[in-house]
Design a protein around this ligand. Structure first.
Ligand SMILES: [Zn+2]
Ligand SMILES: [Zn+2]
Length: 159
């Protein structure tokens, strides 16, 4: 979702709020059970800066680190980002990070920021459930669904 913030920068309006559902096209590299629902407010702050306040709710499909099955992971979080028109004045080489929160041609790309924040909020070690029994290290069977006769078969594998 790209939002034109010209009116905010020119102080014609104080803030803009809305909500929408992301498209899978704008969330490249992520797979969803439920597409992200986004509630946002854009607010003009001092020095022609714009503060983005966002609330996101979604369910991402992740691969369980124990049993390797896909499962839906609920995510709900809020965050803020401060956007500026000025390109960051950094001495030396500019990185992509320096331009992350820049307003370009009066446009703020909220989807971009939502996607990055979803990635930041993903669990480091995805688990389909706290009691996931994982795969048998001998025969590779998914022990959540079936048991096997390997000697380790009845042991809950913890990594
Ligand atoms: Zn699992
Ligand atoms: Zn086995």
């Amino acid at each position: 979702m790209k939002i034109d913030v010209k009116e905010l920068l020119e102080d014609k309006v104080k803030s803009k709020s809305s909500h929408y559902v992301e498209t899978s096209e704008s969330m490249e590299g992520l797979t969803f059970d439920v597409l992200p629902r986004v509630w946002f407010t854009l607010e003009r702050v001092r020095d022609r800066k714009v503060l983005l306040t966002c609330k996101v709710e979604t369910s991402v499909l992740l691969e369980c680190s124990r049993c390797l099955e896909l499962y839906p992971q609920y995510l709900g979080f809020s965050y803020e980002e401060l956007y500026t028109e000025e390109p960051f004045r950094v001495i030396g080489k500019l990185t992509e990070e320096d331009f992350k929160f820049t307003i370009e041609n009066n446009i703020i790309d909220i989807s971009n920021s939502v996607r990055e924040n979803i990635i930041l909020n993903l669990p480091i070690k995805p688990l389909c459930g706290d009691d996931c029994r994982g795969l048998c290290p001998v025969c590779g069977k998914n022990l959540n669904r079936e048991s096997c006769n390997c000697s380790l078969g009845d042991t809950v594998i913890k990594y």
